[in-house]
Design a protein around this ligand. Sequence first.
Ligand code: FE2
Length: 401
Amino acid sequence: MLYLGRKAIRRVPGTVIKAAPIPKPEMTEGFGTRDQVGRICREAGFSSVLLVTDSTLLALGFHEKVTASLEACGIPFTVFSDISSEPTVSIVKAGRKAAIACGADCIVALGGGSVMDSSKIIAASATHPHMPLQHYLHKFAIAEGGTLPMINIPSTAGTGAECTVGAVVMNGHGVKSATVIIGLDVAHVILDSELIVDAPRSVTVFCAVDALSHGLEGLMADVASTEEDIRRSRECVRLILENLPILLSDPHNIEARQATLRAANYGGNAINTQLAGYVHAFAHSIGALYHIPHGKAIAHCLVPIVAAQEHMRYEEMAALAVYCHLADEQEPIQAAADKLLMALRELLYSCGLEKGCAQMQESDYDRLTAMIDADSINYSPSRTLSDSEIRMLLDQIRRGY
Ligand SMILES: [Fe+2]
């Protein structure tokens, strides 16, 4: 879409999301707390559970505390562990079939973003067995009468997918299809740091940077936000800035692990209520073209793109710097905002990330620019970037800042 067209509709996504109902799950937090699933199900009156997970978590035995607690509470369950890192429609179809076959009245999702997203479509489609699955893969899928209630237990501290209303799966043509499920019922979220305490350093870093970007982009978006949504997004950024450095030197620090899970959850709230922005539009496009994992692509894009938009949101960035104890309230807003940018630079530098993005080619800039333009219309960024600005930023990302 041409620049003027994108500029004209810039605030539309931020207005549209205000009409979508957002799940308000209860929260349970703490090391090993997935053993509370049985009690939660019993108190909610659930009589049959489909536990959705993936083969890696199953092999690690991470599901055992969940199944043991369901057994202890006398709640029948079926385990569906066929979710892959790039879930397809046929996998989701099989999950829906399993939910219907066992008469599930609750979906427990244990895993990362792929498990969460697949489970959302299973939860939405299992209540309408005769509706074609395709109905739940449109850009907006209305779950008439609601979805099966979900209990979500994330195994990464990054996407916040345990509370977001979006779901991404591969459609029949091998293309990622993003759906917003209207009426998604997330009854409970369990943030259990035992699932992430042994995560490799790279996973910890890229997930944390992704979470941080959700809070930050939410605050930079041109969207009307409640005070609580602003607080959560600021808290998301503060928790990562303070706790990721702790985890770099002390990866088994339980409090810091728990804090990153909380941050990721608040980042998910930012996606639901404030949307992402250009950092994600760039990262999606670069990630798709060069097969770079999402969190790594975000790490490449974060600083140059925040820096390019900082002047549009000086006041919010300065307030965030004060909230994160990086600046005093008395400081000029530009100086305070710059301190936040400096803290982001230092954080990424301390993670030892490579400088620049070696896979990127100048000859791909036209294609990338078109991809970024197309993705950016899903968000309400503080400003619409022209194609020449996008090319300039691509160059900064390729060379490193
Ligand atoms: Fe993200």
